[in-house]
Design a protein around this ligand. Sequence first.
Ligand code: BES
Ligand code: MN
Ligand code: ZN
Length: 498
Amino acid sequence: MDFKFSAKSLDSKATKVFLCLQDKKLSKPAQDFDASHQGFLKQALDNNRFSGKKNETLVLNAPYDIESPRIILLGLGSEKDISIENLENAGGNIFPLIKGTPDQSLEIIVDDFTLNDLTSREICSRIAYGFLLRSWSFNKYKTKDVEERKIALKSITFLTNEADKAEKLFSSLEQVAAGVFLAREFVSEPPNVLYPASMAERLQDLTKLGIKVEVLGIDELKKLGMGALLGVAQGSIREPKVVVLQWLGADPSEKPVAFIGKGVTFDTGGISLKPSANMWDMKYDMAGSAVVAGLIHALAGRKAKVNAIGVVGLVENMPSGSAQRPSDIVKSMSGQTIEVLDTDAEGRLVLADVLWYTQDRFKPQFMVDLATLTGAIVIALGDYFAGLFSNNNELVDKIKLAGEKTGERVWHMPLDDRFECEIESDIADLKNIVFGRKAGSATAGQFLKRFVNDTPWAHLDIAGMAWAEKDFPTVAKGATAYGVRLLNELVQNYYEKS
Ligand code: BES
Ligand code: MN
Ligand code: ZN
């Protein structure tokens, strides 16, 4: 699909989209259209329940005197709650309206319309971005009705007085979307196709974007002493990999920022086997690593002036004759010993070594890890917020703001020395579970903290965010890539040299 930005209409047969604010306040171009078409829109507003609220849309068959098949009114809400997020959502809401139609071209008429401090170029590019994000789907394993499934739409044109500037803004957002799509694809792939070695191989493709890719295999991991990660992997016939991605877009003297991802390509629970109901969803237990890859892709794609490191720990957690047992004691790269009392609490074991390795090797300005770490965070925050745990309040504030702007929200949760006694082991330095169900996400975060020194660090528990059980405006049901947009915004807003 082609996104165009133009001062004038390019196709008189295009389906037209007009913007409308709450209480049926048509945008200026919509009013002009209405005046030259005998109050067609006014009449439609009188006869429908549409009032221009956010997430409302109205599809009309076009009047006989124009060539367009359809006119769409796009609700934006009241002027005071117009935000980038709402514009993106509005763009996303267009997609399902035209998905089933034969329409080949769409024109969204913005002209010189502005809203609060949002310029026409910003309005156009954000609506376009929302549409693009929503349009992604994962069809590669469908062998039937392949053509029918394809959307007929060929082009979507924004009519604006700021065409060049809108196009420039959009081309940067398109790069972020490419990162989002990479992450969604990884998360969607089944675990018989995507496992540590095959994911590492796909990550090698990122070299095309100027990203440096290193794959550490089992021998190197042994040499590094990553006993916690290796313990998780030892039950699987698939060998673990740690992949290091480096996008060096700033001066080499600039300290890097670092992102770490949990990449359990399938989590059966190991010997502490999970119940079979819904076990399938543990295919997305590698979402943290997918998001890290997508983020580095996005930063490289838009040539961000930052040095960014991504490190992902890829393992499969399986029960077998070689699997680790509940009560095994492993030695982590940090030197600390861990009593593995539950082999299903494997994410923290993987992250323990990857966090330590990243901090030790790269001495980053800060580290953010992403992990589908605990079921408890889903109970606490549902699919509304990711849990944010951190040793640094400045970093917390920045991530929160990025969350508000992108709509990928976080909720600040506690780390505290009072949790320390809970992770104390009787016979090793720490244990990987806490008995009972109290504060399960916080004690997991506290466990991770033991593998971080003074580096500012944040942990995002994305267990509730990685997979959407229903459609959202900019995310169709399935893999979300939650975190790519959030962390791209964090980097862009605070860490890029201009
Ligand atoms: N991958 C799971 C957490 C998870 C749950 C992710 C639901 C996505 C959706 C994690 O490895 C796990 O099994 N956690 C256990 C920890 C427990 C054994 C301490 C949990 O949350 O039950
Ligand atoms: Mn688990
Ligand atoms: Zn897991």
